[in-house]
Design a protein around this ligand. Structure first.
Ligand code: HEC
Ligand code: HEC
Length: 235
């Protein structure tokens, strides 16, 4: 049985309202050490850069905020899981510069590239909606997403193929998994939960279905495309 380690869990609470709620908890519980803007200043380090010494994933960030860091003054938070996720969303937002991102490109030219390069074909169907992406990702992250889509593929876009003990094959995107079950999104049938015990062979494909556009741009075209993506109406 080829079985790989469980996917890391992504933050389920990342809307603007979640971030705003997280900010309130943060100001009450964390700002005294990490500063109102997360840049440090009290007993805590700068946590505004998006790179953490002790966490590389949303899940890691959750654990730190939930449990604290034993052996240091960093306390656990007296909040429930939903609240901790919202604090994590706020902490993540500090590095993103949610507003006023600019790039020296021509958004109208970028809009044309968005359809001529075929982005719209996927991103209006199975791929993530890019509306408002400028508030969620830094320009540098967008650049990486376009030039090197394999760099950081969210687990919800990993595909899994399972051969079941009854001989049938199940394929889909991994939405969630735990010790006993795997929740899959099957493109034709919707969400489905399979029991690990009923699986005889499991294979993960962690590649992004998105092709690299590395050699597809000339001059300022990539900047134009990104200017379009972060403009108010990315469609
Ligand atoms: C009493 C001061 C204090 C408070 C309050 C506090 N922290 Fe910390 N925090 C620290 C210290 C000190 C560290 C560094 C520990 C270490 O790595 O040695 C830390 C580390 C962290 C880290 C990991 C940084 C990294 O680079 O890995 C995160 C994230 C974090 N804190 C978030 C929070 C959040 C969110 C809150 C509020 C729920 C909070 N902290 C409350 C002192 C504090
Ligand atoms: C074959 C389908 C496909 C095409 C064509 C495609 N994408 Fe994607 N794209 C995806 C999928 C699926 C993801 C999510 C998985 C991942 O992050 O790789 C994604 C992710 C992204 C992300 C990251 C989104 C996030 O939440 O961080 C950006 C930005 C993006 N695409 C932009 C583009 C642009 C711009 C184009 C055209 C130049 C394009 N894509 C073409 C399928 C596609």
């Amino acid at each position: 049985m080829a079985q790989e380690s469980a996917a890391t869990i992504q933050n389920p609470f990342t809307t603007d309202a979640d971030v705003a709620a997280g900010e309130k908890y943060y100001l009450a519980q964390c700002a005294s050490c990490h500063g109102r803007d997360g840049r440090g200043g009290g007993a805590g380090p700068d946590i505004s850069t998006g790179n953490f010494k002790r966490a590389t994933s949303d899940e890691g960030l959750f654990q730190i905020i939930n449990k604290g860091i034993p052996g240091t003054v960093m306390p656990g938070a007296p909040y429930n899981a939903g609240q901790v996720w919202r604090i994590a969303a706020f902490v993540r937002s500090l590095s993103i510069g949610r507003k006023n991102q600019t790039v020296a490109g021509d958004a109208a030219a970028g809009a044309k590239l968005y359809s001529s390069l075929g982005c719209v074909k996927c991103h209006s169907t199975t791929a993530p909606d890019l509306k408002g992406i400028g508030a969620k990702r830094m320009v540098s992250e967008l650049r990486t997403s376009i030039l090197d889509p394999q760099a950081d593929v969210p687990s919800s876009y990993w595909r899994v193929g399972a051969r079941m003990r009854d001989g049938s094959i199940v394929q889909g995107f991994v939405m969630n998994e735990d010790t006993f079950t795997i929740q899959l999104l099957e493109p034709s049938r919707g969400l489905r939960s399979i029991s690990r015990g009923a699986v005889s062979h499991l294979e993960y494909d962690r590649r992004s279905p998105m092709p690299s556009f590395k050699n597809r741009f000339t001059g300022s075209q990539l900047d134009d495309l990104i200017a379009f993506l972060i403009s108010e109406n990315p469609r």
